[in-house]
Design a protein around this ligand. Structure first.
Ligand code: ZN
Ligand code: ZN
Length: 358
């Protein structure tokens, strides 16, 4: 193993009381990489709504409760500082990213069809394995993402989950240049990237959110913006979307789970609902199957993306076509950040700055 020079501790925010939003700063030891692993000095971590769900133990498909003292976070960007035995795929000094799939076997049926985030041996970062709200993290060398040169490391953090999820959803929706994309929750962490990816892929965008996000969404490239609070019914919102798009959107990118019952009515013939916001309760979205058949609609789910999706997602940002909007905060502000995210007041994404030392 290559020795690493760091002698300081590993500052981390841990879930001190899972089921609540309480977090606590701890000085953990710096882990050592085993065979096939690398040690990463993390510089930044984005904060995702899924982190809140893990912290609160309310993730719908969670196999077991989050353990007390777990380190959350799954949008990490850092630098390789030590290599475990046998690692040849990366080198010390490489800039790498950590995503929610912490490791995948790459050979099971799910992995073979590109569904690495559903791998039968999946290790979820920040839940099954310690996450990115810490300064040092071990990761399997085969599953770290290479970050393109010239891409700002803090800006890359939100792409590790929010970015790759919206990009994969749009890609799998098969949007074509000129297609209208209606995005609910357009001003949030997912939605603000959805606007930019949809535009970069040639789409036209209607952002749907609270009126306070209007200018923000337009500045990011939204062609139209609809303040959902200004419509007296779901039907009037749908008819406005149909009017603006000449018959309906090709894709409804649902970044706010409250929109699921409405989104079918926003679509044109052969349109697609791309589901990315996780509903709080299972079974909360029952489509009108008659409309689904008669208008030949599709409903697809997008759960993050695989390594190819991630590479493509990063490429848009490396070329300057997507610019994540983020506020930098310190690890000490994690609980406050969770609370603000729950209230929906944050524009764009929060990124934790992990560079400072104890
Ligand atoms: Zn996430
Ligand atoms: Zn697998």
């Amino acid at each position: 193993m290559t020795p690493h020079p760091q002698k300081t501790g590993n500052r981390a925010a841990v879930y001190s009381e899972p089921g609540t939003l309480k977090t606590e700063i701890k000085d953990l030891s710096i882990p050592q990489p085993g065979p096939g692993e690398v040690l990463i000095r993390l510089h930044y971590s984005g904060v995702c709504h899924t982190d809140i769900a893990f912290c609160l133990n309310e993730f719908p498909n969670q196999a077991a409760p989050t353990k007390r003292g777990q380190v959350g976070g799954h949008e990490g960007i850092g630098e390789v500082v030590a290599l475990g035995e046998g690692v040849q795929s990366t080198s010390v000094g490489s800039k790498v990213g950590i995503q929610i799939a912490g490791d995948a076997c790459l050979s099971c049926d799910a992995c073979l069809v590109g569904g690495e985030t559903s791998c039968s041996s999946l290790k979820i970062t920040g839940y099954f394995t310690p996450g990115t709200f810490q300064q040092y993290k071990i990761a399997p060398a085969r599953y770290v993402m290479s970050i393109p040169d010239g891409l700002d490391m803090a800006a890359a953090a939100p792409l590790m989950c929010a970015g790759v999820t919206v990009y994969t959803a749009l890609k799998n929706s098969q949007i074509r240049p000129g297609d209208w994309v209606a995005i609910s929750g357009a001003g949030g962490g997912l939605g603000h990237l959805g606007i930019q990816y949809a535009k970069a892929m040639g789409g036209k965008v209607i952002g749907i959110d609270h009126g306070s996000k209007n200018q923000f969404c337009r500045d990011l490239g939204a062609d139209e913006f609809l303040d959902f609070t200004q419509f007296e019914s779901n039907a009037t919102l749908a008819s406005r979307i149909k009017k603006l798009t000449g018959g309906g959107a090709k894709v409804a990118l649902v970044c706010s789970a409250k929109s699921y019952p409405q989104a079918l009515a926003w679509l044109r013939l052969r349109g697609t609902i791309a589901c990315i916001a996780l509903p709080e309760k299972p079974g909360s979205f029952l489509p009108d199957v008659g409309t689904l058949i008669m208008r030949e609609l599709r409903i697809i789910g997008a759960k993050s993306g695989n390594r190819l999706d991630m590479k493509e997602c990063l490429e848009f940002a490396a070329q300057g076509k997507v610019k994540p909007v983020y506020q930098l905060r310190s690890l000490d502000d994690l609980t406050k950040t969770f609370q603000e995210m729950e209230s929906g007041v944050i524009q764009g994404r929060i990124v934790i700055d992990l560079k400072s030392r104890l």
